[in-house]
Design a binder for this molecule. Sequence first.
Ligand SMILES: Cc1cc2nc3c(=O)[nH]c(=O)nc-3n(C[C@H](O)[C@H](O)[C@H](O)COP(=O)(O)OP(=O)(O)OC[C@H]3O[C@@H](n4cnc5c(N)ncnc54)[C@H](O)[C@@H]3O)c2cc1C
Length: 457
Amino acid sequence: MNEPTAALPTVVIGAGPTGLAAAAHLVARDQNPLVLEAGPGAGTAVREWSHVRLFSPWAEVVDPAAEKLLAPTGWNRPEDASYPTGGEWAERYLQPLADALGDRVRYGARVTGVSRSGRDRVVDADREERPFTVHLVTAEGREERLTARAVIDASGTWAMPSPLGGDGLPALGEHTAADRITYRIPDFKDPAVRARYAGKRTAVIGSGSSAFTALAGLADLAREHPGTRTAWVLRRGVGESTFGGGEADQLPARGALGLRAKAAVDDGYAEAVTGFRTSEVEREDGRLVLVADGGHRLDPVDEVVALTGLRPDLSFLDEVRLGLDERLQAPVRLAPLIDPNVHSCGTVYPHGANELAHPEPGFYLAGMKSYGRAPTFLAMTGYEQVRSIAAALAGDQEAAERVELTLPETGVCGGAGLFDEPETEQGEAEGEGGGCCAAPATVQTADLEPPAPTGGR
Ligand SMILES: Cc1cc2nc3c(=O)[nH]c(=O)nc-3n(C[C@H](O)[C@H](O)[C@H](O)COP(=O)(O)OP(=O)(O)OC[C@H]3O[C@@H](n4cnc5c(N)ncnc54)[C@H](O)[C@@H]3O)c2cc1C
């Protein structure tokens, strides 16, 4: 890298938990980060699910370098063993962290394109000597262009929920039924939301933690408003491990969430409809009828809650030479570690700059986006990623290759993913005994002893 390029900032896309942690690690290594955030504040995406309680306690969602950066401001980590909501995570940690980073964070700056300065993706000549060019549009609609020595894209996947269709495309009629479909976990504490679902029949689609949260919330609503009913629509069958690891889960609140969803089914508030791949959404007497591939029709519902996965937005990375796995849209070396087709466990393994590298040197996907469509991302995985990336960018290869984290296991194979499960066709039998629960050797461990359960959402 030539001298002028080395002096340029490292652009970090997104002021979510991963992007802000990346900036903290870069500052700790005397690097010069510039965080570009599309929204008006830190944790814009997290604030959109502010009502959802995390299943990770505070101790596991605060980055160590961020904590060091915050210490001189008088910031104290909230009680380790308590579980924040998304809103609390943003208010009590992400925003103070962004404030401590000062003018290294810009809000209202949506990145619309990344490339090599003066080189489109086809051109080889001098490519690696050229800085990156980053195009953005401000909240006022003004276009800008910045140059950067490196780019860490930590823009998450929140903005791209997967559609209903079993083939990954919108089901026929899905768009025109949009007034009755939400792709987010409803906030059942909000009176307007309660009124929307109380006494109604709702289809919840998906089998990850987001679906479990919705099932549990609808069951609570049904206890107060008899007549509230849920059809829980899954592509696969329901088996022992469908609800996660329960008490065997090393994240107790995550295990508890699965048990609450199971109770919703066992207590008769939710009826599981299995082997159902939605292909059409029809309107019938003001209600919606979901139609499966084989023509099977679900009894009419009033509302649909679609929690079928999230996807990375790669549209603004067209000019970057990405090395992505064709299934997961995750970096090729990371994908085999997290592929739900192969790894039936929700357990994930720590990794760093090497696994996250692309054919375009100096460009990284980090955080939730680095997992592409895999459902098992944890915040602490992202913190470890950006620790390693910052070390690599600072030229400390030894630190970049070191693994400083051991992740908690789900306690289940062949079961649920963590968030919005992009259900693989992996059935129970196939999932069982996949052998993926054997964690690889790790060098050093953070203190991840799980606290006593306090219940999920
Ligand atoms: C409901 C829910 C519950 C979860 N619970 C847990 C939990 O208990 N424990 C756990 O470890 N993990 C949990 N996760 C997973 C994960 O830790 C979070 O999703 C986390 O917010 C991911 O952080 P991130 O920084 O990678 O992405 P995000 O939080 O999505 O942040 C990305 C940021 O980038 C911004 N952005 C997007 N596009 C652009 C652009 N083009 N230009 C500029 N900025 C852009 C967004 O506005 C956003 O602020 C949960 C996820 C969800 C959805």
